[in-house]
Each structure stands twice: as structure tokens, then as C-alpha cells.
Design a protein around this ligand. Structure first.
Ligand SMILES: Nc1ncnc2c1ncn2[C@@H]1O[C@H](COP(=O)(O)OP(=O)(O)O)[C@@H](O)[C@H]1O
Ligand SMILES: [Mg+2]
Length: 308
């Protein structure tokens, strides 16, 4: 079976600036992939090359097994697109008319009224696009991407500017598409959005892929977890470190407050509590802290933050 998206060794420069320096990526049919990364990481460039709106300098891109530019006509009914800057260019049309226009291009469009309701624009069908708020435009833009029942959708920051209710409706809409087997590639700055929707996550930074994996893999890989507990000050931590699995470390962060870091698994917890029992120490408030996607993201892109 063809990959939904297959990119190999993609490079894109703008004059002297390298926006993408050799990325390879495969998205399986039915997968939801979130592209994360700081501003300027190359997310929009990557997506727009996949959409056939920009050309790469080198490398290859196959979308549903086809070429995004040479096979644009064949791909158009199969691929839904939501651009980062929304619905510009259609300002005079009413929201409902514009959705109807996009539906008319599709062989089996969704019901426009139901889709407008689903994105929370049920009352705005008669409103000209130029009168919609920023968040409402985003919702319309999402509806335009989905109305043709695409097999694959590219969504560039789909919920930017949406209020929390609208974001939740958008998530529900995307989850219902997942249930229908639609492949979704989205970019987002909201890590909770990636956590909720994505089967896998790619973190881009400076035109490269800094990490890729499922959420579970990214948040446990390298497995930096930690355990905190309180106990009397001055425990003999060298003995504790020796008792813990290799690669773990224990420190007294402040008087009577301890931090154990390492691969936090049942063996580590068992060794920790056994050592405390041996010392006659009660470890109070013992808490396991897993890395969140945000921790992983910040660690991976720390260099960019320092540069900007
Ligand atoms: N049309 C363009 N002309 C020149 N530079 C561009 C253009 N589009 C993007 N860039 C540059 O390419 C890099 C990647 O941009 P972009 O793909 O928009 O990143 P992201 O979507 O991750 O914020 C940035 O340094 C940006 O300034
Ligand atoms: Mg962008």
C-alpha cells in the first residue's frame, strides 16, 4: 500500500536561507501526524510542498503515490488543504456560498449545513467572509478543507485564533474524520492539541527533524522521568544511588527534599522504597513525574529559543 505521504531528502532554500535541509518522512494511511516546531522551523514550507504550492530544490515527494505538481488534477479531489493564512481572496462571498462553491467541486461532498454546524458557523452562513472574526475564518477554512470528503488533509495551524469551544469542536470533527480513516497532517503550536489528536509527532527545528515518534515514545524515550519525595534531611545518598538501577541518580534538592532521576519503572520504585525501608525512613509525598510533550519539545528546541 502506498504511503499517504512520502518525503525523501527534501531541501528548500529561499535565496541564502535554507528553510528545509534534507528531511525524510512517511505518513501511513489513516494516521494523524502532528508537525511541531518553533516559528521558522520549516513546517509551512514542508506542508506547502506536499500540497503542490511550492517546489522543492531537491528531494522527492509522493502524495497518495502521486506527484503533487504533475498530478495536481488527480490529487485535487482527494486532498483537503487548510492554509496558514486562511480564506483570503474570497472576501465578498458569504460563508455558506463559499462552502457551497467548494462542495460543488467534489463528487461526494458533505452536507454543507451540517458541516457549518459542526464547525460552529451554523448562524453565520449568510455572513460575508470579510465580516467573520479571525476565529470564524479559521473555522470556515477548516470546513472548506473537509467538505469534499478528502482522503488526506493538510491543516496548517488549524485552531490558531479559535476560542476554546471552537477548538474542541474542531478536535471532535477531526476525530470523526479519523474514525472514517482519513489521513491528517497538521501543524500546531498547541501541545495539548498534538497530545489529544496525533498518533505520531514530528518535531522540526531549523529545517531538520529533531525527533519523531508516538507520544508515548517521545515522552518516555531517553526516559528521563523523575521521582520526588520528602524525608529527614541528610540521607546518605551515595548508598541510595548504589541501590538504584544503573543510570539513576539521587540528590537532595533542598533540605529534606529529594529528587531521583532515571528510567522511572517499577524496578526503580521498588529499589527506592526498599532502600528507604532499610534505612527506617518513610518517604513522604512520593510522586512520579513523567515528562510531558512540552518538556520534550522545550528540550529539543532549546537551541532555537536561545538563537531567537
Ligand atoms: N516565501 C519565502 N521567502 C523567503 N523565506 C521564506 C519564505 N517562506 C518561508 N521562509 C523562511 O523559511 C523558514 C521556514 O519558514 P516556514 O516554513 O514558514 O516555518 P514555520 O511554518 O515552521 O514557521 C523561515 O526562516 C522563513 O523565514
Ligand atoms: Mg507556519
Amino acid at each position: 500500500m502506498d504511503a499517504a505521504v512520502e518525503i525523501a531528502d527534501l531541501v528548500k532554500t529561499y535565496g541564502a536561507r535554507t528553510a528545509i535541509s534534507g528531511i525524510s518522512l512517511r505518513v501511513e494511511p489513516g494516521e494523524i501526524l502532528a508537525l511541531l516546531g518553533p516559528n521558522g522551523a520549516g513546517k509551512t514550507t514542508t506542508i506547502e510542498i506536499c500540497e503542490g504550492f511550492r517546489t522543492a530544490d531537491s528531494g522527492s515527494v509522493r502524495i497518495l503515490g502521486l506527484d503533487p505538481i504533475a498530478d495536481a488534477t488527480a490529487l485535487r479531489p482527494r486532498v483537503g488543504v487548510m492554509l496558514q493564512d486562511g480564506v483570503g481572496g474570497y472576501n465578498a462571498a458569504k460563508a455558506g456560498e463559499l462552502l457551497g462553491l467548494f462542495a460543488s467541486y467534489a463528487a461526494y461532498p458533505q452536507d454543507c449545513a451540517a458541516l457549518l454546524d459542526a464547525v460552529g458557523l451554523g448562524d453565520a452562513a449568510e455572513v460575508p467572509v470579510k465580516r467573520l472574526s479571525g476565529g470564524q475564518r479559521q473555522r470556515l477554512s477548516l470546513a472548506l478543507a473537509l467538505v469534499g470528503r478528502p482522503e488526506l488533509v493538510f491543516l496548517d495551524e488549524p485552531t490558531a485564533g479559535m476560542d476554546p469551544h471552537a477548538r474542541r469542536s474542531a478536535w471532535e470533527l477531526l476525530e470523526s474524520m479519523r474514525a472514517d480513516g482519513v489521513t491528517i497532517v497538521l501543524t500546531t503550536h498547541y501541545l495539548d492539541e498534538a497530545e489529544r489528536l496525533a498518533d505520531s509527532v514530528v518535531v522540526m527545528d531549523g529545517g531538520r527533524i529533531a525527533a519523531r515518534g508516538t507520544l508515548a515514545e517521545l515522552t518516555s524515550a531517553g526516559a528521563e522521568g523523575q521521582v520526588r519525595f520528602k524525608a529527614p534531611p541528610g540521607l546518605a545518598l551515595r548508598g541510595l544511588t548504589d541501590a538504584l538501577p544503573l543510570g539513576s541518580a539521587a540528590i537532595e534538592e533542598s533540605s529534606g527534599r529529594y529528587l531521583v532521576s532515571g528510567v522511572v519503572d517499577p524496578q526503580l520504585l521498588a529499589a527506592l522504597t526498599a532502600w528507604c525501608a532499610g534505612q527506617g525512613v518513610f518517604a513522604e509525598g512520593l510522586a512520579v513525574e513523567r515528562r510531558s510533550l512540552e518538556d520534550v519539545f522545550l528540550a529539543l528546541t532549546a537551541g532555537s529559543a536561545a538563537r531567537s
